[in-house]
Design a protein around this ligand. Structure first.
Ligand code: AMP
Length: 250
């Protein structure tokens, strides 16, 4: 596995390559949800690039950014073990050499759900993904349905800007309890994991949002939003002050 840290080397390495390129963007602390995306990329493309970049532009709270876990060495090993071709691990100074003066903004769907309580979050996501797509020029890029709003915004950005890349979503990978795997789960205590594990079964089984809200709030789970949009039910909630999200099709 080749590890690349600069945009220049990334572009140079891929310049002569004529086959299909799969791309999986991540913020690291890799779990089975990420590795599933990587496996699909490896299966469907001649060359696969995985990026690890904790994108400062998409964090609206400095503290959340600073507390985001970093497990680079074990991530690198996991990707090596899967025979990933290229790990792109860029520096924020280069990714944002413009000091983030240029950004991509979507003005409707990005203002709902995670956009409501995290102003600027999706500007950061869309901008960094556009940068990655321009650097790597992948044939296919893989995203998790766990972040469904993000997936939809990226897919629609690609259509709006006429980019030549297929945006593919894969199902959410879950713990046995139904809890969506997340790098943030590492920060929960065993009791917090248990508590968080009660969210998904409720989302699936209970038909009334008000009832779900009441049950979760009784357990001291603090709900950021709980909404249904276009046949999908979305939740963001804090367990032990860790913000977790999930969504299910209804
Ligand atoms: P992140 O490192 O959280 O930015 O996630 C990188 C990619 O992995 C995104 O496309 C996420 O939607 C996806 N992802 C994260 N957790 C899961 C999961 N539990 N199941 C499937 N995909 C996931």
């Amino acid at each position: 596995m080749k590890i690349i840290r600069t945009v220049r080397e990334m572009k140079k390495t891929l310049a002569e390559f004529r086959g299909s390129i799969g791309f999986v963007p991540t913020m690291g602390t890799l779990h089975q949800g990420h590795l599933n995306l990587v496996a699909e990329s490896l299966r469907c493309n001649e060359l696969s690039v995985v990026s690890i970049f904790v994108n400062p532009a998409q964090f609206n709270e400095k503290e959340d950014f600073e507390n985001y876990p970093d497990n680079y060495k074990s991530d690198e090993q996991k990707l090596k073990d899967m025979n990933v071709d290229i790990l792109f691990y860029p520096l924020a100074d280069e990714m944002y050499q413009d000091n983030y003066r240029y950004k991509v903004t979507e003005s409707e769907y990005s203002k709902l759900l995670c956009g409501l309580n995290r102003p600027g979050h999706f500007d950061g996501v869309l901008t960094v993904i556009l940068k990655f797509l321009n650097i790597i020029k992948p044939t296919n890029a893989y995203f998790g349905a766990k972040d469904f709003q993000q997936y939809r915004l990226i897919k629609e950005m690609v259509a709006a800007l006429f980019l030549d890349v297929e945006i593919i979503a894969l199902d959410t990978v879950r713990e046995e309890s139904g809890l969506a795997m997340s790098s943030r789960n590492n920060r929960l205590s065993p009791e917090g994991m248990k508590l968080a594990g009660t969210m998904n079964p409720l989302l699936r089984k209970e038909s009334d949002l008000a009832v779900i809200r009441e049950i979760l709030e009784e357990k001291n789970i603090k709900i950021d939003y709980l909404e249904e949009i276009d046949g999908r039910r979305y939740i963001a909630a804090k367990v032990e002050n860790i913000r977790l999200i999930d969504n299910v099709q209804i």
